[in-house]
Design a protein. Sequence first.
Length: 263
Amino acid sequence: MKVSVGDDTVYAYTGTRTTSANAPAVVLVHGAAQDHSAWALQSRYLAHHGMSVYAVDMPGHGRSDGAALGSVGAIADWLVRFLDATGVRNAALVGHSLGALAVLDASARHPDRVSRIALLGPAVPMAVSDELIAAAGTDDHVAYELINGWAFGPRGQIGGNPWPGIWMSGNAMRLMERSRPGVLHTDLVACRDYASGLVAAASVRAPALVIRGARDVMAPPASAQALIGALADVRELTLEGCGHSMMSEAPDATLAALRSFLA
């Protein structure tokens, strides 16, 4: 589906189902230099099992117009404007990596619009190396190579896709390669500069789920511990052997956790 958010046309994948005001709404928010397709399995399943699903392409990503937003706070406010544009009063928000930070911030700043949050691969603060940001700033392909090398656990690096015939790391690389110039740099700077994550977490009252990958190099499990401690109503799950790209590396376990939490 496409909707107008301000001056931009925004795309959201609905899992091939028509959304309904009578069904609980869930918004899925991707990470840096990605788009709605990162949620391929989870979005489709939830849409076919009673939920109105909106797997958004953030501005400047995927099929959405506009420029990439330069801060986590700006993305959080944009998510609420997206809800306004779709007529959704209250939704569960699910975010991965940069998307997780935006979901956290949106829940803290707009509590009446958010029923619950799921944070996948979060880190507070989210450290990003100067070298990676510099490479992204010149659209050097090495930035994609570094991220893709860090995004999967050992099994994911050598194969291990539960869907036969699908190249996990190859798909992830192609997704980043088709992002627009400068988008990865903007996204990484937004991650690095977000300094109010623990303050936001302390004010969140919605139920929260935190999913971590035990072999995550991008957002090591320990980097979410303070976040978990600051959330008032939280459950957590660590996926053994899994890296940062849990939606593709452990799709069934990720979906099972989301199904239980969103039910």
